[in-house]
Design a protein around this ligand. Structure first.
Ligand code: NDP
Length: 286
């Protein structure tokens, strides 16, 4: 077929889900995984198993990586002929590690596209799926159609670190929210309330967060935090009460204390009557 053949290395749940979508779309896919047995199901579906990582890399010009982190990339690519290849690294890591990888690949004649997949493995290729990319625009443009197989590709810019930053910013909200959710369940649980009984209220609260996004963005971009609705002093008092209730219940208070600390410092900096969005100044260290 006229579909771009590609190599995919790293067959955890995410890598395997991607291989399935590429095979569904009619691409020829060469795979390799450190633990060889993890390739069995995709090979049974028609992917080609390479004997070594170097052989997998050399099979195609387009090489996708779905690994734990960027350190793993060196273990996989070291010794392979990388000249003229495009490496799309869909593994999460820090901006610093990402820049180092771009330079390492450039020295070997390869180009890096950085990717951050924004859905869990079962939703790869779903209409709701999107993937952040950063790196050279023309390299992205050349591979846009292939990459669209796993999710809507969003190119954020030339700077390699952008996709990592967007990915981590999203996960920042996600991980903090999940931890908050579990803390809240433990808090009502201290009174013998089951998580299931509390769940509808939790769902309602989480949906309502969406309503704050636009106003937050407006305040932060304008650098103005009019406190006519929920101000820092009021929200900070509630933050104190959450810490108090947590301690009374004998639960771990690290998470609510971190939030309480932001409010306290915002009050100390004179933001008491401003909107809670003024916390961004404390976060920015201003
Ligand atoms: P796994 O931890 O299941 O898979 C990691 C892969 O990296 C495995 O194939 C593993 O090989 C390989 N690997 C790790 N270290 C090395 C090494 N030193 N040498 C060779 N291979 C190595 O992760 P996932 O599949 O869940 O995720 C992969 C990436 O996708 C991660 O960066 C993750 O952040 C991202 N992601 C995952 C999501 C998900 O729902 N799972 C959602 C969004 C993003 P081996 O099998 O031999 O251990």
């Amino acid at each position: 077929s006229g579909k771009t053949p590609l190599t995919l290395i790293g067959l955890g749940p995410m890598g395997r889900a991607m291989v399935h979508r590429f095979l569904d779309a009619g691409h020829r896919v060469t795979v390799w995984n450190r633990t060889a047995s993890r390739a069995d199901d995709v090979v049974a579906r028609g992917a080609t198993r390479a004997a070594t990582a170097a052989e997998a890399v050399e099979a195609n010009r387009l090489v996708l990586l779905s690994l734990t982190d960027y350190e793993a990339m060196y273990a996989v690519l070291d010794g392979a002929d990388l000249a003229g290849r495009v490496v799309v690294n869909l593994s999460s890591d820090t901006p610093e590690k990402t820049l180092k990888a771009a330079a390492w690949l450039a020295e070997r004649g390869a180009e890096l596209l950085v990717g951050g997949v924004m859905v869990p493995a079962p939703l790869v290729g779903d209409p709701s799926a999107y993937v952040f990319y950063s790196g050279p625009e023309e390299v992205f443009d050349r591979h846009r159609d292939v990459l669209a197989v796993i999710g809507r590709p969003d190119h954020l810019g030339q700077d390699h670190t952008l996709a990592q930053l967007f990915y981590q910013a999203q996960l920042d909200v996600f991980l903090t929210s999940l931890a908050g959710m579990l803390h809240a369940i433990a808090l009502v649980g201290s009174a013998g309330v089951s998580a299931e009984r509390f769940a509808p209220y939790l769902g309602d609260l989480l949906s309502s967060l969406n309503l704050y996004v636009e106003e937050t963005a407006r305040h932060v971009d304008a650098g103005e935090h009019p406190g006519d609705q929920a101000n820092v002093t009021m929200m900070g008092a509630t933050a104190d009460h959450i810490v108090g209730a947590t301690e009374a219940a004998g639960l771990d208070a690290a998470l609510p204390r971190a939030v309480q600390s932001l409010y306290r410092r915002a009050v100390e900096a004179g933001h008491g009557r401003d909107s809670w969005t003024a916390l961004v100044n404390v976060i920015r260290g201003r």
